[in-house]
Design a protein around this ligand. Structure first.
Ligand SMILES: Cc1ncc(COP(=O)(O)O)c(C=O)c1O
Length: 460
């Protein structure tokens, strides 16, 4: 966690600054005992005086409580206020989301008219209304993956699906393969299900580390693997077809159940965006959602798997919830009739957003490395310095909420990276970049600025 702590300033101040950030970021939890001064000095190859001075500075600022005989324990000198609502005018780039599609109100009105057909039933629906399961199965079939409706389970969004699969398919203590960086709340779900994580690297320029993924499966035989093979969040890269096939055949041989999260699978921006569902290449559980295509406010997702898996998931579901809301399901059913044109318009909008963000970043923050994202809603920018947490803190003071790189990492890595969405309007994107430019100018100069409030919000 201290890799790259030297920022060119006075050594003890730099060290104290980095430890303070780790505490503020929650990556070193309050209550954690820091290594003894002598031990840390040896590990960092600095003099003991440097560590003593860094600890003294942290103690003075209230970040460290040292007790004779029991060492130095991290604490926060104040309670970081948690806000559940944004201050007016704040931009929230911790969410890569699109504005709702224009047709949503009409689809909702239509749903209200269709509702009476369902009012005779209990309304508790743990598997999905038949018409929606049928429509989703037809869509998979049309996309090249023959599917029957009993292979579909409708869920309350993709997040619900991931968490349900994780706690059903895996036992506590099992290994789970995960991309690094990854979608943070999938990481949360796997951790909550007791997974021992086996991270494999994904980069904007190189994609998946093929050797690492092969070795991870061969050596650790994980019981689960969570992947985003098309338009990976946050990098936007897509796995080559040969690698998809290879991963699935290795997984089959080693008893690894692969979950492919296709929440953004159809948001490829390079061609027409059409892509074979991942399970067309071998056995995998697919997760889908309308959250990133229609609107995050329609909380509907789904799982496509073998019948036996669907039945297991349905049995396990009631421990957490009792079904997907009917009105929401009807909205999705109505929208599916014209889904390809919804996707086409989303991809056109995102292509514009991507070009705009790339242009603004090249102009205003030329020292950053901005990859050309192949799909999805975000770009994974390399800042060139390990200051992402600092930058994210400074951005809050400029009215921008953005998740720092380590939020997407398994082990606190990615301090040099920042995920920036290109899914916002021209005006919002410009304001966001303005805020980043202002924040960037302060980073490094005021390493001990007071933290902005921590927003109790999700990173999607
Ligand atoms: C890759 C990925 N999976 C799942 C989700 C969650 O989807 P939902 O809103 O359907 O729960 C998100 C964010 O929205 C995401 O980016």
């Amino acid at each position: 966690m201290l890799t790259g702590w030297r920022d060119g300033g006075v050594a003890y101040t730099s060290l104290a600054g980095r430890i303070r950030l780790l505490a503020l970021d929650g990556r070193v939890a309050a209550g954690t005992r820091l290594p003894a001064e002598r031990e840390l000095a040896a590990q960092l190859a600095v003099s003991r005086t440097t560590v003593t001075a860094a600890y003294a500075e942290l103690r003075e600022a209230g970040y460290l409580l040292s007790t004779r005989g029991s060492g130095s324990v991290v604490q926060l000198p104040f309670k970081v206020p948690v806000q559940t609502e944004f201050q007016p005018g704040f931009l929230d780039f911790s969410k890569a989301t699109l504005p709702a599609i224009p047709g949503i109100v009409a689809a909702a009105q239509q749903s209200v008219e269709q509702l009476p057909t369902y009012l005779g039933d209990s309304g508790f629906d743990p598997v999905g209304i038949p018409a929606l399961r049928e429509a989703l199965a037809e869509r998979y079939t049309a996309r090249g993956l023959p599917t029957e409706s009993d292979q579909i389970m409708v869920t309350i969004g993709a997040q619900h699906a991931i968490a349900l699969i994780a706690r059903t398919v895996m036992a506590r203590g099992d290994r789970a393969l995960i991309e690094n960086p990854t979608y943070p709340h999938a990481l949360d779900s796997l951790k909550a299900a007791g997974a021992r994580l086996v991270p494999v690297s994904v980069t904007s320029d190189g994609g998946w580390d093929e050797l690492a993924i092969e070795q991870a499966i061969q050596r650790t035989s994980p019981s689960l693997g969570y992947l985003m093979p098309d338009n990976h969040n946050p990098t936007g890269v897509t796995m080559p077809v040969e690698l998809k096939q290879k991963v699935l055949s290795l997984a089959a041989r080693h008893g690894t159940t692969i979950i492919a999260d296709e929440t953004m699978g159809e948001l490829g921006l390079g061609n027409d965006g059409r892509v074979l569902p991942f399970a067309a290449h071998g056995s995998a559980i697919l997760v889908g959602s309308v959250g990133k295509t229609v609107w995050g406010g329609v909380r509907v997702g789904w799982i496509r798997a073998d019948r036996t898996v669907i039945q297991r998931l349905v049995r396990a579901r009631s421990a957490g919830d009792l079904g997907t809301p009917l009105l929401e399901q009807l909205i999705v059913l109505n929208l599916l009739r014209d889904f390809d044109s919804i996707l086409d318009s989303r991809r056109a909008y995102l292509r514009e957003g991507r070009a705009r963000l790339e242009r603004l970043l090249h102009e205003r923050l030329p020292e950053w490395t901005v990859p050309h994202a192949g799909g999805g809603l975000t770009t994974w920018v390399n800042l060139g310095h390990a200051v992402s947490s600092q930058l994210a803190l400074a951005a809050r003071n400029e009215g921008l909420v953005i998740a720092a790189g380590p939020r997407f990492g398994v082990d606190g890595a990615f301090e040099r990276f920042l995920r920036i969405p290109f899914s916002y309007s021209a005006d919002e994107t410009e304001r966001g970049v303005d805020a980043l430019v202002r924040a960037w100018a302060t980073v490094g100069r005021h390493p001990f600025a007071q933290p902005a409030p921590d927003f109790a919000s999700s990173v999607v």
